[in-house]
Every structure is written in structure tokens, then in C-alpha cells.
Write a protein that binds this ligand. Structure first.
Ligand code: HEC
Ligand SMILES: [Cu+2]
Length: 328
């Protein structure tokens, strides 16, 4: 059971205690700073609110002779002018300094990742040290702990917003413009991110996973992703691969190493079997879910840009789903 420091906020915090998509469980220095700022504002606001309500009650119920002594020019001058002016000025300086601290340019050794928003999924492009594209994946971002990650954000269609509450604030993806966000994951684990700007009917199903790895584990993952799709080890999986090309899936999807599969309207599927979820958080990564997605993509995410393949026969569908799941 994760530690929860906010018992007084129990009703709100209960959902947050699970923690994989929560501003109350910061897992980077940037999220720490934002959380501290929020708690200062919240606590300060609460204290002032209680004090003002106390004065109201005093004014209502105390003996009028005593309250008269309290009111007058002094109260208005100090309580109504000096106190708010000083408090707001201090908070302004403090919040500007926090926002400067969390929007610093990245360190030289930052891991560079490009993210392109699509209705309704995330294209994720990994660059090497010299800025060359290494490979493309979708709906998941992986990074090592302790190293800054610089995510360069843009969109292929409408405005989206990138948000992993455990790691940083929100950052918009704007057509024709590149926004950058930098954060340093502190502990290994899986976090959930979510599009935070309404971008059409399936906006709520535009999620992704952020996986923070120990550095050695991350190198293994990179190695795996750089490779083309594995050769199918059984005839059944080979039949699945054949069906993928025969049914035209390759017109929209790329599978590196497979001829006839170089489309880029949909996610790159080269290693789709290794992802935490499919269709941007819509389904778990299981053979059954792949099958379900293929026959009823339009039912699961109405109006997304993949048609439902309702007329596939059973054995073809099973082979296709099993092959996709085997792409690790
Ligand atoms: C007209 C283009 C198009 C065709 C044809 C198409 N897809 Fe897709 N596919 C997409 C799009 C777009 C998405 C992303 C949908 C979303 O999540 O909003 C997608 C998503 C997927 C995903 C989930 C990928 C992920 O990263 O989570 C799988 C698996 C998939 N398609 C398999 C197939 C298979 C198998 C076929 C052929 C039977 C196929 N697709 C045909 C456009 C297409
Ligand atoms: Cu979106």
C-alpha cells in the first residue's frame, strides 16, 4: 500500500493513493516543485479562509460595543490593503520562481524523444545522440531513471495536451509548432499519461504509459526496439503475418522488416506486443484484446481512423491476433 501523506483530504486522495496517474504522488523533481507550490497555495488559502470566517462570526455574534473597536480605518487599511498586497506579491515571486525552475532548458545528456499527437493516439519517435531518428513506437514512452528526458511535442491534426501527472504539468501539442517539456523520472515504475485537451469524440481514450526503467533495463529495451520485427517461429504465426499483408493492414501500419507494411496513418506495430496497452490505453495487451480490436475497432473507439474488420474468419483472426501479440 503506497504511503499517503494527505489523510485530511482522504475522500479526494483515496483515488490518488493508487498513484500511477496522480499529482499527489510526484516522481520527479519537477513534479515535487509543482506539488509543493500547490500545497503552499492550498494551505495558505485555507488558513486565510478560516481567519476571515472567524472574523465574520465575530462580527455577527460579538457584542457590538467590542466589534466597533475592531472596525474602522485600521482594519480596512491593514486587512484589506496591506495584507493582500504583500501576500499576493510574495506568492507572485514564489510562483514565478517555481515555474522558472520547472521549465529549465534540458541538460546536455537529456534523452530526446519526439511525440506527435494524432486523433486519438500518440506517435513516439526516439532520436540518437546526433538527433537522427532511431525507431518509432506508439502510446508508450520509456526512459531511464535519473536522466532528464526532453519531449518535443507537436501534432498531426488538432490541439492535444501531454500530461503525466506524476512527472510534470500539462503541455499543449500545437499544429505547426514544437513545444518542449523536460523532466527527470526519479524511481522505476509504470505511470499513466492522458491527453488533457478535448480533441474529439475519443479524447478520453487517448492515454499512454510512461515506463521508467533502471538504466540497464532501459538499454535492453532500446536494443529490442532497434531490431526489426521478429520472424514468426510457428506456421500459425506466419499465417498471421501473411494475413496482415493480405488484408491491407500494412497500408496504414508499419512493421519494420515486413514487405508491404510501411503505412504511417496508424501506429508503428513493429514491437506492439511489448507495449503496456493497445489502442492508446483502450485495451490490455492480450491476444484476445488484439482480436477484439481488429473486429470491432469502430465499436471500441467510434470514429477512429481504423475500420472494423468484421468479416475475418475465425482461424485468420486468431492467427493475426496471436502474431501481433508475439511482436515483442
Ligand atoms: C485506414 C487505416 C488502417 C487500417 C487499414 C488498419 N488500421 Fe490498425 N489502426 C489505425 C489507426 C488510425 C489506429 C489508432 C487508433 C486509435 O487508437 O485511435 C490503429 C490501431 C491499431 C492497433 C493498436 C496499435 C497500438 O499501438 O496500440 C492495432 C494492433 C492495429 N491497428 C492492427 C491493425 C490490423 C491487424 C489491421 C488489418 C486487419 C489494421 N490495423 C488495419 C489505422 C488502420
Ligand atoms: Cu488528444
Amino acid at each position: 500500500m503506497p504511503r499517503c501523506r494527505y489523510l485530511p483530504l482522504l475522500p479526494l486522495a483515496l483515488a490518488a493513493c493508487s498513484g500511477d496517474q496522480s499529482v499527489l504522488r510526484p516522481r520527479s523533481p519537477e513534479a515535487d516543485a509543482i506539488e509543493t507550490l500547490s500545497m503552499v497555495l492550498f494551505t495558505g488559502g485555507a488558513v486565510i479562509f478560516v481567519a476571515v470566517m472567524g472574523l465574520v462570526l465575530y462580527a455577527l455574534f460579538a457584542d457590538p460595543d467590542r466589534t466597533r473597536r475592531l472596525t474602522g480605518d485600521h482594519l480596512v487599511l491593514w486587512g484589506g490593503l496591506v495584507f493582500p498586497a504583500v501576500t499576493l506579491a510574495i506568492l507572485l515571486v514564489y510562483s514565478i520562481s517555481v515555474s522558472n525552475a520547472v521549465t529549465r532548458p534540458p541538460a546536455q545528456d537529456a534523452l530526446r524523444v519526439e511525440v506527435i499527437g494524432h486523433m486519438w493516439w500518440w506517435e513516439v519517435r526516439y532520436l540518437d545522440e546526433s538527433g537522427e531518428l532511431e525507431f518509432v513506437t506508439a502510446n508508450e514512452i520509456r526512459a531511464p531513471v535519473g536522466r532528464p528526458v526532453e519531449v518535443a511535442l507537436t501534432t498531426a491534426d488538432v490541439i492535444h495536451s501531454f500530461w503525466v501527472p506524476n512527472l510534470h504539468g500539462k503541455m499543449d501539442l500545437i499544429p505547426g509548432h514544437v513545444n518542449r517539456i523536460v523532466f527527470t523520472p526519479r524511481e522505476a515504475g509504470v505511470m499513466r499519461g492522458q491527453c488533457a485537451e478535448f480533441c474529439g469524440d475519443q479524447h478520453a481514450w487517448m492515454a499512454f504509459h510512461f515506463v521508467a526503467h533502471e538504466p540497464a533495463e532501459f538499454e535492453e529495451w532500446l536494443e529490442l526496439q532497434r531490431r526489426p520485427a521478429p520472424e514468426p517461429p510457428t506456421p500459425m504465426l506466419a499465417a498471421g503475418r501473411e494475413a496482415f499483408v493480405a488484408y491491407g493492414c500494412g497500408a496504414c501500419h508499419r512493421v519494420r522488416g515486413l514487405e508491404g507494411a510501411d503505412g504511417d496513418l496508424g501506429p508503428d506495430l513493429t514491437h506492439v506486443g511489448s507495449r503496456p496497452s493497445i489502442a492508446a490505453g483502450r485495451l490490455d495487451n492480450t491476444v484476445g484484446a488484439f482480436g477484439g480490436w481488429i473486429v470491432s475497432a469502430q465499436h471500441l473507439k467510434p470514429d477512429n481512423f481504423m475500420p472494423s474488420f468484421e468479416h475475418l474468419d475465425g482461424p485468420t483472426l486468431r492467427a493475426l491476433a496471436a502474431w501481433l501479440e508475439s511482436l515483442e
